[in-house]
Design a protein around this ligand. Structure first.
Ligand SMILES: Cc1ncc(COP(=O)(O)O)c(C=O)c1O
Length: 341
């Protein structure tokens, strides 16, 4: 089976990550970390602090970005307060507020010809009306694949100074955006979440981090683990951060394959492939072929996500696999289109 339904990275992590496991010894397995003796909470937060030139106390670690989103909600959102989320978003965004008895307020993303975009004017209008306590912005967003523009992000941060603004960069596929780091210094309510699951192909290791604006002592304490973190996960993550060339090579292949998706599936009658800055593409298809395409691909052992949400129910979300896998998917869909033309 070719599994391309969960936005994982089928290339796998850099070889150096496996070497960490090969080198593992009693220190990693039987003893708590002693990073605190050096004045920081973990070797990974210390490393990230150096990389991003941000105080180590303003970095939190979690069991992936999922866990960090949950921690933000548990820490800041109370019963009946509001969480503002994109209307098209990762399913967990829609569920998370209910964990603390809070409620969702959705803001729309606009669908253009072949891309989705953030609509800050409407965002701000909804924000003023609803006064949410916490906002989620996802960039690139799952499943639409688009990023928020820098000036749009700043406009939101300027407006939403009384709320906690979370930028979920789980799908960051390029170097850190300097503007985001500057915004963390300027806007004390701002939080940026990242993960090793996607770009770094470490979803199974479950590790992610948050970079915090200067007013997040409550979250920093809430997220702190006095006995430390998973020592192997931390070392694997650091090995991944060091393997820049390996990951750049994969990102380049994915960019090339994305172009093939745009070009080859985009020309099938009734198909729209939306521009994506993430490791997946969203494709709109004629509704009437949804079921037959699904069984056709299943027969060929290709597993992609057929969306089944209110406004996104004639859409496929295809995770970018290896070049060989992507070729098989494109060829299979083309074959289906030829037979069913
Ligand atoms: C937008 C978004 N944020 C966060 C996550 C969670 O990632 P992690 O594996 O770091 O928990 C996902 C997972 O698919 C996602 O789509």
């Amino acid at each position: 089976m070719i599994n391309l339904d969960r936005n994982e990275n089928n290339y796998g992590p850099a070889p150096e990550c496996y070497n960490v496991l090969r080198r593992a010894d009693i220190e990693h397995l039987s003893y708590y970390s002693v990073a605190y003796r050096k004045g920081y909470k973990s070797i990974l937060s210390q490393r990230l602090s150096e990389d991003f030139n941000i105080d180590e106390k303003r970095i939190v670690l979690g069991y992936g970005a999922e866990d960090l989103l949950k921690q933000v909600v548990q820490c800041y959102l109370n019963e009946n307060e509001k969480l503002m989320i994109p209307s098209y978003s990762w399913w967990y965004y829609k569920k998370i507020a209910s964990e603390v008895g809070a409620v969702n307020v959705e803001y729309p993303l606009i669908k253009k010809e072949d891309e989705f975009v953030y609509d800050v004017e409407t965002f701000i209008k909804i924000y003023r009306d609803e006064k949410p306590k916490v906002l989620f912005i996802s960039s690139p967003n799952n499943p639409t694949g688009n990023r928020i523009e820098n000036d749009q992000l700043i406009a939101i941060l300027e407006e939403a100074k009384d709320s906690v603004v979370v930028l979920d960069e789980a799908y960051l596929y390029q170097d850190t955006n300097e503007l985001v780091l500057e915004a963390l210094d300027k806007y004390p309510n701002f939080i940026v979440l990242r993960t090793f699951s996607k770009y770094f192909a470490l979803a199974g290791v479950r590790i992610g981090y948050g970079l915090l604006g200067k007013n997040h002592d409550p979250l920093s304490s809430f997220a702190n683990r006095y006995l430390g973190y998973n020592r192997l996960s931390e070392e694997i993550a650091i090995a991944a951060l060091d393997a820049k060339e390996y990951y750049k090579g994969i990102a380049k292949k994915m960019d090339d394959d994305k172009k093939s998706y745009y070009k080859e599936l985009g020309k099938i009658e009734g198909f729209t492939v939306f521009k994506s800055e993430a490791n997946f593409v969203l494709v709109e298809i004629p509704e009437e072929i949804k079921d037959s395409l699904k069984s056709f691909l299943t027969q060929r052992e290709i597993n992609i996500k057929f969306m089944n949400e209110d406004a996104l129910n004639k859409h496929l979300r295809i995770t970018l696999g290896t070049q060989e896998e992507n070729r098989k998917v494109i060829d299979a869909i083309n074959e289906f289109a030829l037979v069913n033309a």
